[in-house]
Design a protein. Structure first.
Length: 196
């Protein structure tokens, strides 16, 4: 089983996180940011991962540190759980609708971190969640996971729907890309012989 257990404690956040990539979609999320809890819960379910997150953050200031630091921890957990990425499919893409929103996500689990984000959102917030924090979370996750992620908004007006489609599309793409490829079992999915 590809798993990770980690803790991260700073002056701004105190986080414990466990991830099982080969899970069944179970989640136990308590970030202190309700909308992020919702997004991580559906990310876990749609990705088929098992994820537990507990965070105490300085949300009395704002949600920035909590959202970014959870992205850091989740990305680190993916990198640790995947190891040398031997035998994975590596690439995947998916287009996910959420009512009027339509999001395309393509990933390369390559050891190279790059976020190509083209998901404009007109509304400044969804409840207590500032929409600009979507990019902060994704940038932190991408950087620590070492994954190339491209996300494009093809349509959408409702900020909740757009962000939800982003998390769902990322979950489905990661589920496919991290899956074991029986035809290439035990092989590094690169002509270089390494992805790191």
């Amino acid at each position: 089983m590809r798993k990770s257990n980690l803790t991260r404690k700073t002056a701004e956040t105190d986080i414990t996180l466990t991830l099982n990539i080969d899970g069944s979609g179970k989640s136990e999320i308590s970030s202190g940011v309700g909308f992020l809890d919702h997004m991580l819960t559906l990310f876990t379910r749609h990705g088929g991962f098992d994820l537990a997150v507990k965070c105490r953050g300085d949300t009395e200031i704002d949600n920035h540190h909590t959202v970014e630091d959870i992205g850091i921890c989740l990305g680190s957990a993916f990198a640790e759980a995947l190891g040398d990425m031997r035998g994975i499919r590596r690439y995947a893409d998916v287009t996910i609708p959420m009512d009027e929103a339509l999001i395309l996500c393509a990933v390369d689990v390559s050891g190279r971190a790059l976020l190509g984000l083209d998901v404009p959102i007109d509304q400044p917030s969804v409840g207590e969640f500032e929409t600009e924090l979507l990019e902060e979370f994704l940038a932190a996750f991408t950087r620590k996971a070492g994954i190339t992620i491209h996300l494009r908004k093809l349509s959408g007006k409702n900020a909740h729907h757009i962000i939800e489609a982003v998390f769902k599309s990322l979950a489905h793409a990661l589920r496919e890309a991290c899956a074991m490829d029986e035809a290439n079992a035990g092989k590094i999915p690169s002509t270089k012989g390494t992805l790191l």
